[in-house]
Design a protein around this ligand. Structure first.
Ligand SMILES: [Zn+2]
Ligand SMILES: [Zn+2]
Length: 258
């Protein structure tokens, strides 16, 4: 087998092993155009994403791309917790999430950069976890060796934890002027952490920030989320779809029937 054939076979295997809850297209009524969470009827964005304007629109992420929904109570959502929170962390959850992230970036990284209006990223950052555990963030530890991008450090400023969007929550290392940053987050609940981190990166010199989220949290018990949760089902990872393929790609039937 040639090298490229081996690589193609590896990607094929990784894709087949992966199950996600595919994000709904941004153009669908009731779906937030930013985070793909539930939005009130008639609103393009969810309540939380509209709140993020408080950070200053120019400081928000240029794109937010969830790979999957993380529906509370499912194995996928549990893995997002277990890969970092059990002692020791669950190796199976770590392997599965790393495979998902690398496969997605291989297949859809360019979709993210295009959606963000940015060139391929020159730097990598990870949204710090609120728990303040010592050592590098588990997601950074997992992904950095494979992504091989210089890392821009982000830390929580003492006393600035919280759930609201906050320009001062994080401090970021200088990125160098005009940098394009890939910002990873494991879970998006309100998005306040990720957007506060994006704002910190922009204030530290980044021109573009593209956020890739492993799981966009959905709680079926939440009244606004129930309709969305009811129609979500686990599916095999499909390399031909992602959250930012145009709505027409996913909402109109393919005339060729393929
Ligand atoms: Zn939203
Ligand atoms: Zn894509």
């Amino acid at each position: 087998m040639s090298g490229s054939t081996t690589a193609a076979a590896t990607w094929f295997t990784l894709r087949r092993r992966t199950t996600i809850y595919p994000p709904e297209p941004a153009g669908r009524p009731g779906i937030c155009v930013v985070c793909r969470g539930p939005a009130r009827p008639g609103f393009a964005r969810c309540y939380q994403c509209a709140q993020h304007d408080l950070l200053g629109r120019g400081l928000l992420a240029d794109a937010v791309v969830p790979i999957s929904y993380a529906v509370k109570g499912t194995a996928f959502a549990a893995g997002l917790w277990r890969y970092k929170s059990w002692r020791p962390p669950d190796p199976a959850a770590r392997t599965a999430l790393l495979a998902l992230l690398l496969t997605f970036l291989h297949d859809h990284g360019r979709c993210v950069w295009r959606h963000a209006g940015m060139p391929a990223p020159g730097r990598l950052a990870v949204v710090p976890t609120g728990a303040g555990r010592p050592g590098p963030h588990p997601l950074l530890e997992l992904a950095a060796p494979y992504l091989r991008l210089p890392v821009t450090g982000l830390v929580i400023r003492p006393g600035e934890q919280g759930r609201d969007p906050n320009l001062d929550r994080f401090s970021a290392e200088r990125t160098g002027p005009g940098a394009s940053v890939l910002l990873l987050d494991d879970s998006w609940v309100s998005g306040a952490s990720a957007q506060s981190a994006a704002a910190a990166l922009k204030r530290a010199g980044a021109r573009h920030v593209g956020v890739v989220v492993l799981g966009r949290h959905v709680d079926p018990a939440d009244r606004l989320s129930a309709t969305l949760a009811a129609r979500l089902a686990p599916r095999g990872y499909d390399p031909d779809r992602c959250a930012v393929h145009l709505p027409s790609d996913t909402m109109t039937p393919d005339p060729s029937g393929s």
